[in-house]
Design a binder for this molecule. Structure first.
Ligand code: ARG
Ligand code: ZN
Length: 881
């Protein structure tokens, strides 16, 4: 890991391998500190490849203990081997041979959780992106597809369960207290999709009959005692399988589909063929331990990994630069699934919030990169919101431009043409062009140009001509990789709302391409003319968030209030309510900074109260409207010279004004929306809870008393309500007896539930104010905290650094120093996790000068170490550039 910090990989250097792998047979003899891996690889030289070219396999920290060619041990002069490469020369003339490799690894010492590792008694693997090379020497790259047969030998007692990809073909008791299982995966796959799990787990089982009538066994493996909590994941899986058949015609292809939940996992989950491995927080749920957000996340990620079976596994990436080919598309499929299972606009608003909170700052900061990057130092650092979520938005825009049928046709062609292949973004786009006749040449720039476009809008209504003119200009700010940006091909959905609140339909739209209500922007500046508009409309732009852009539109307050009160596109309606609130909050922060009294805005209070009370709207939407932009959102909107303390104070002042204006309504809602009857995780019930808890924040602020939240905590019969009440107590009434009682009760009640205690750690780590650092430091000594467990680290340290603006950015810089210390220790243990954690500081340049200098000092202190992992080196160097 600490080697080769200079090996930048470039897209332009792509070359296919000199040899083609036909099959690989692996034998794992599992031991806690010594596992031997035998690999037998049948291969031949690629036709046309240089006959003198050596075979070069990748490794990472491996110890070679045997090497043979066609059954004969290889003499040392025929090969070179170090921890990261195995090179074999003078290969047989005819180019066809079998290679046998033996390596020895220590799964218990693998704290990186990459490759084969053993934690909490379970052996499991994580191979994407380059973890397979930590198991054996191989062509560890996505364009090398092979048939895998895997034999696992292990102690029967500690590992009754032995799993790998594909179908179980043999089981044997070896008589000496050990047993073996052999798995065969008939589908060719790249090494990153290899998986192995061994240990003692329990499972729940179900089945699914596919659209062609095939029977598929479904199993979810979890820790003993947790089986009852796997039911929702199983239900989600079955719904996802059905949905993918109906929506995209995709059928599952093996006889068995397995999911294993493990407690030590770097990421969310992994789509290994037929054997998905999950972070257990994305599988386990019951009303007492999981929130509504957890349920929604589980449903989405179970579906996401399942959808990868076609978008990722059956068709994979030629190289890692194409990562968004599978991730962007699969996120889009996941988003569509969630929208169909839940409330479409509410799901969409959550996506917009996520994109703005995470992807926009990435695109606007030192780590900006295109959806398809052209170079990387460490690929693990490119599993980003740009590749995933912006990539998803790009597929969504293709669907918007082509229409649902055109999109489906293109995707059908993609599956037909590329099944079994390892392909590129160009291959993907070509399918849509060939299937529909659309030219996507200009559109493709979305994959290659980093940065968030800004669209400026000016509207002019001509009553005499009954025309509305809309002038739209686009610019994309420079990013570190590229100063000059070109205009993009942007589909922008636009609505014209008449004086009575209804949509106005133009008789024609001229000035550029358009498809129904979608304008196609292609130039720096364009003017679209809407004909036959009988009265001055309020213009609603970027309905449904049709493009991942920022809109600058100096609209009259009257128009905005019309949109906020009547827009039928609920995404645009929410966006307008949110923007009005953000404007007031930003102004308030400026007031605080300038030492002026804070000006609040009664019209905003009226709007929010009216929206909260509007029973024509679904509760989940009302909850979204009622949840004010957070301190981080305000900071991002301000963009430069950020003072977190001023923002905190300003936001509290505005909240108080709103809370007082709607005190009775909010108090009323906390009661009206209470759970009637048994808990159900469905979206409607979740929406009622969301509204109730959004109202609780404001009701408590109006009452200036922890009493209501304390009662809500006591009477909560589910984790959503309990956590919401505890957060109000901890954050709005920090230090009160009620807050401390609830926190202590929660800690005691869930002492044996690490995933629930993560919520407690996060709640405490995000208490505003400079004293939180001391608490976080103390919590690191809590017996439930484990520096080796990624979930714990993210819950405490991650939440503190990325979601506590006043605490982390203490004026004295102690937050940064603490964080830098943690980063330096953590990097030795788990580089993937540490590098990701480090990105919490990527926007430090936007802070006011004093904090900015203190933050830089700490980042520079980290960068000054010469033994950083490649992952961390890459991130800090780019941050400081
Ligand atoms: N492919 C996985 C997914 O479903 C994520 C794997 C992440 N691996 C990594 N090394 N960052 O999104
Ligand atoms: Zn994925």
């Amino acid at each position: 890991m600490r080697t080769d910090t200079n090996r930048t990989v470039y897209l332009k250097d792509y070359q296919p391998t000199d040899f083609i792998i036909e099959s690989i047979d692996l034998v794992f003899d599992l031991g806690e500190t010594l596992t031997t891996v035998g690999s037998e690889i049948r291969m031949h030289r690629r036709p046309g490849a240089d006959p003198a070219a050596p075979l070069v396999f990748a490794g990472d920290g491996l110890a070679l203990s045997g090497l043979a060619l066609d059954g004969k041990p290889l003499l040392p002069e025929r090969y070179d081997c170090d921890a990261s490469t195995l090179t074999i020369r003078d290969l047989p003339e005819d180019g066809s041979f079998t290679l046998t490799i033996k390596t020895r690894i220590n799964p218990s010492a693998n704290s990186e959780l990459l490759g084969l590792y053993r934690t909490s008694g379970i052996y499991s693997t994580q191979c994407e992106a380059e973890g397979f090379r930590r198991i054996t020497y191989f062509y560890d790259r996505p364009d090398v597809l092979a048939v895998y047969t895997v034999t696992i030998i292990a102690d029967k007692q500690s590992c009754p369960l032995l799993l790998s990809n594909g179908n179980l073909v043999e089981e044997q008791d070896l008589g000496d207290g050990r047993h073996m299982a052999k798995w065969h995966d008939p589908f060719k796959k790249p090494s990153y999709l290899f998986a192995l799990v061994a240990g003692d787990l329990t499972m729940i089982e179900d089945s699914f009959t596919t659209m062609s009538g095939r029977h598929v066994a479904l199993r979810i493996y979890v820790e003993h005692g947790k089986a009852a909590r796997a039911g929702y994941a199983m239900d989600s899986l079955k719904r996802a399988m059905k949905w993918d058949e109906e929506r995209f015609g995709r059928e599952y292809d093996l006889d068995i589909f397995m999911i294993v939940a493990v407690s030590d996992f770097n990421m969310g989950a992994m789509e290994n063929k037929g054997l998905n491995i999950f972070n257990d927080r994305l599988i386990l749920a019951d009303p007492e331990t999981a929130t509504d957000d957890d349920y929604a996340r589980i449903e989405a990620v179970v579906a996401h990994e399942y959808f990868h079976n076609w978008t990722g596994n059956r068709i994979t990436c030629r190289d890692w630069f194409q990562l968004s080919l599978k991730e962007g598309l699969t996120v889009y499929r996941e988003h569509e699934f969630s929208a169909d299972q839940r409330s479409r606009p509410v799901v969409r608003v959550d996506e917009v919030k996520f994109l703005r909170a995470h992807q926009f700052p990435e695109d606007g900061g030192p780590l900006a990169h295109p959806v398809r990057p052209t170079q990387y130092l460490e690929i693990d650092n490119f599993y980003t919101t740009t590749v995933y979520e912006k990539g998803s938005e790009v597929s969504r825009m293709i669907a918007t431009l082509l229409g649902p049928d055109g999109f489906r046709k293109g995707l059908d062609l993609f599956f037909e043409r590329h099944d079994g292949g390892a392909v590129t973004i160009e291959d993907y786009l070509k399918c849509f062009e060939d299937a529909t006749g659309h030219d996507l040449t200009h559109f493709a720039l979305w994959y290659h140009q980093a940065g968030t476009p800004v669209i400026s809008v000016a509207s002019f209504y001509d009553e005499r001509k009954q025309q509305l003119k809309l002038t739209l200009s686009q610019t994309t700010p420079p990013t570190p990789d590229e100063k000059i940006k070109k205009p993009l091909h942007i589909p922008l959905r636009v609505g014209l709302i008449g004086p009575n609140g209804a949509d106005m339909a133009p008789t024609a739209i001229t000035g550029g391409e358009s498809r129904k209500d979608v304008l196609e922007l292609t130039k720096d500046e364009q003017t679209f003319v809407f004909e036959g508009i009988g009265a001055r409309p309020a213009v609603s732009v970027n309905r449904d968030f049709s493009a991942p852009v920022k809109i600058r539109f100096d609209q009259s307050r009257e128009d905005r209030l019309r949109i906020a009160g009547a827009e039928r596109d609920l995404v645009a309606r929410w966006d307008t309510v949110n923007a009005l609130a953000l404007e007031v909050l930003v102004k308030a922060a400026e007031d605080v900074k300038a030492g002026r009294p804070v000006t609040t805005d009664p019209a905003l209070s009226d709007l929010l109260v009216a929206t909260a009370e509007d029973t024509a709207l679904e509760p989940a939407f009302r909850a979204l409207a009622l949840t004010l932009p957070g301190e981080l959102d305000i900071g991002r909107e301000i963009g430069a010279d950020i003072d977190p303390d001023a923002i905190h104070l300003a936001r509290n002042t505005v909240i108080e004004a709103i809370a007082e204006a709607g005190a009775d309504s909010f108090a009323q809602l906390t009661g009206d929306m209470a759970n009637g009857g048994a808990f159900s995780p469905d979206a409607q019930s979740a929406g009622r809870r969301a509204l109730r808890n959004a109202a609780l924040v404001l009701a408590a602020a109006a009452e200036k008393s922890p009493r209501r939240a304390s009662q809500a905590y006591e009477s909560a019969d589910n984790m959503t309500d309990m956590l919401a009440a505890m957060r109000v107590l901890a954050h709005q009434f920090a230090g009160s007896a009620e807050a401390e009682n609830a926190l202590a009760d929660f800690r005691r009640r869930f002492a044996g539930e690490p995933l629930v205690l993560d919520k407690w750690f996060s709640t405490l780590a995000t208490v505003p104010g400079e004293n939180t650092l001391e608490r976080v430091t103390k919590l690191m000594g809590d017996e439930a905290f484990d520096e080796g467990n990624p979930n714990r680290v993210r819950a405490l340290i991650g939440a503190f650094a990325s979601s506590n603006p006043t605490g982390f950015n203490r004026p004295d810089g102690a937050g940064y120093a603490f964080f830098a210390d943690f980063i330096l220790t953590s990097d030795k243990r788990n580089a993937t996790l540490t590098a990701r954690l480090m990105t919490a500081m990527r926007s430090f340049e936007a802070l006011e000068p004093s904090r900015r200098a203190l933050a830089r000092e700490q980042i520079e202190r980290i960068a000054a170490h010469d033994d950083l992992s490649r992952n961390l080196r890459d991130i800090v160097d780019r941050m400081l550039k």
